[in-house]
Design a protein around this ligand. Structure first.
Ligand code: SAH
Ligand code: DHB
Ligand code: MG
Length: 223
């Protein structure tokens, strides 16, 4: 199977089932224009995040890794009136693009972007009155810190919360025990942490599409 086939099938899925409207397309165009890397989730993956948050009945979402706010828009749109999303982003230039995209999508009252290394901003969220617990956490930042992000997520969630981690397969490199790539090492540590963590019930799914061969890890905080 080829990347061209995966792209064609992603297009088929998106044309039929995914309503990526002007605000979403504009968010990608503005991100591109600002020179951000084209690594946002695909439209059909964004819709999956949106559906998962809706199924979860989420009122609050935490995102780690905003980029231009594309996944942020999909997630924020799942929230009801009075819902809240906080997205953590290291790069101030990315955060600025994301804030403009969220405002253009009419979501700037619901979704907030906080600038800083997530390992610095996550501890502040733990002590901030009313910030947590979050119903959904989407982890999609620097992959070497994925185990730490899951540990902080456990402090910021409740039984029944859903933690989603992007890029959990990495072209299959996740099975390479000899890898020295920090992203792969971090992803493998993520699986080990989730496996031994009694508060998490998890699986991972492999995906193909415009984002290549990758996948999501899904973990539910147990009751
Ligand atoms: N979730 C986005 C894509 C995120 S790309 C989407 O699908 O639309 C990863 C983002 O994580 C980048 O913007 C990068 O700047 C940010 N990032 C990298 N290291 C980080 C860190 N330590 N803390 C917070 N964000 C970080
Ligand atoms: C990269 C990061 C991502 O979050 C992603 O979904 C795809 C690629 C990257 O850093 O290359
Ligand atoms: Mg990603």
């Amino acid at each position: 199977m080829t990347q061209e086939q995966w792209n064609a099938v992603d297009r088929f899925i998106t044309d039929h089932l995914v309503h990526d409207d002007e605000a979403l397309k504009a968010a990608l165009a503005a991100s591109d224009e600002a020179g951000l890397p084209a690594i946002a989730v695909a439209a059909n993956q964004g819709k999956l995040l949106n559906l998962l948050a809706q199924i979860q009945g989420a009122r609050s979402v935490l995102e780690i890794g905003t980029l231009g706010g594309y996944s942020t828009i999909w997630l924020a749109r799942a929230l009801p009136e009075g819902g809240r999303l906080i997205s953590l982003e290291f790069n101030p230039a990315h955060a600025e693009v994301a804030r403009a995209n969220l405002a253009h999508a009419g979501l700037d009252k619901i979704a907030e972007v906080r600038v800083g290394a997530a390992l610095d901003t996550l501890p502040k969220l733990v002590t901030e009155p009313g910030a947590g617990p979050f119903d959904v956490v989407f982890i999609d930042a620097d992959k070497q810190n994925n185990p730490r992000y899951v540990e902080w997520s456990l402090k910021l969630t409740r039984p029944g919360s859903l933690i989603i981690v992007d890029n959990a397969i990495r072209g299959g490199a996740v099975v390479d025990a000899d890898s020295t790539d920090p992203a792969i090492v971090g992803t493998r540590e993520l699986y080990e942490l989730v496996a031994r963590e009694p508060r998490l019930d998890a699986t991972a799914v492999q995906t193909v599409g415009t984002k290549g061969y990758d996948g999501f890890l899904l973990a539910r905080v147990v009751d």
